[in-house]
Design a protein around this ligand. Structure first.
Ligand code: NAD
Length: 313
């Protein structure tokens, strides 16, 4: 793919715009295509503000240089012209992904590799009819990708192992942290872990054990502090004198008992409405966008802290 490949971003919503910054700050020429006019007109100001934030936190040397590498294109073929890597970030439906991938497949060169930002739909559900389907795989980021570096690489059964290897190298080179999910599963690893936590959080809230705010505080002032620099296995390895096996000997029966107390069920609509009302009391709907900027600014400072303390990618 070369040291600084030309990268096409297809779909420039929340995630696609973050991807544009990931590649541009690493020195790649980035071509962005999104047919939605409001999304297109929002992009330049968002890139400018986010690049300025990265610069002020010492995460990039020059915002102007990064901004100069991002070009908004009028059509998909224009965005793909000369691109050796494509990051697809359209809506999370099989229909939308299938249409976008077939269009990319038609316009791309046979050497181009395509990573899909799909949050949980495996690539085999939407790339099967592509001529170059061996070049397609999942490259699932976390939002926003320019501030949360992990990216799950999940091959379809027909993905060429060398395509996977090239995307792994590219992600390392641009400062992301690739994680290899060896075979397809709904939700991959990240959203399965998040799903386990969310399912339990909804149940505890519905059953009245704690308020939304207190459940959130349990993570933001509790578990989340360690999780921002170590995973659950390392966490428990340090939480018993004899390490992970000692932890399991002491606490596995409790975890098993908790697991037997739950049966899978849908998140109840009534509980969702109650949670929505509770959240909108503390954060009005019109303030969501500003709060996202606040979140990104905290993440920027956290990324700067991790970088200067040897905890970064
Ligand atoms: N939001 C998140 O937290 C998050 C995190 C990780 C991955 N993802 C995944 O990233 C993808 C995008 O999610 P998002 O949150 O950015 O959604 P979004 O709604 O913000 O953006 C999707 C964009 O895709 C554009 N689009 C639709 N069809 C297109 C096409 N054929 N060609 C070009 N552009 C097209 C739309 O105009 C829209 O701007 C989804 O697969 C999603 O699951 C989202």
């Amino acid at each position: 793919m070369g040291d600084s490949p030309v990268v096409a971003i297809v779909g420039a919503g929340l995630v696609g715009s973050g991807w544009a910054l990931v590649f541009a700050r690493a020195g790649c020429e980035v071509r962005v295509y999104d047919p939605d006019e409001p999304t297109r007109s929002r992009l330049p100001a968002w890139i400018e503000a986010s690049a300025a934030d990265l610069e002020s936190n010492g995460l990039i040397a020059s915002a102007a240089e990064v901004i100069g590498r991002v070009r908004l294109c009028e059509s998909l073929p224009e965005a793909l012209d000369g691109a050796t890597y494509v990051q697809e970030s359209v809506f999370e439906t099989v229909e939308s992904k299938t249409a976008a991938c077939l269009a990319i497949d038609k316009a791309m060169s046979p050497q181009t590799i395509v990573g899909s930002s799909s949050s949980g739909i495996p690539a085999s559900q939407f790339t099967g009819n592509c001529r170059h389907r061996q070049n397609f795989l999942i490259a699932h980021p976390v939002n926003p990708p320019h501030l949360v570096p992990v990216v799950e690489l999940v091959p379809a059964p027909w993905t060429d192992p060398s395509a996977l290897e090239q995307v792994r190298e590219l992600m390392n080179r641009v400062g992301q942290v690739p994680v290899h999910v060896r075979r397809e599963i709904d939700g991959f690893v990240l959203n399965r872990l998040q799903g386990a936590l969310l399912n339990e959080a909804w149940a505890l809230y519905e059953e009245g054990y704690a308020s939304l705010a207190d459940i959130d505080a349990t993570i933001s002032h509790g578990l989340g502090l360690r999780w921002s620099f170590m995973g659950p296995f390392e966490t428990i390895d340090l939480n018993a004198p004899g390490g992970i096996a000692d932890y399991a000997a002491r606490l596995a029966p409790l975890y098993y008992r908790m697991a037997t107390q739950r049966v899978p069920r849908k998140w109840p609509q009534e509980t969702i409405e109650q949670a929505q009302a509770e959240r909108r009391e503390v954060l009005a709907e019109e303030d969501l966008a500003e709060r996202r900027l606040w979140r990104d600014s905290v993440l920027s400072r956290l990324a700067a802290f991790k970088k200067t303390n040897g905890l970064g990618p």
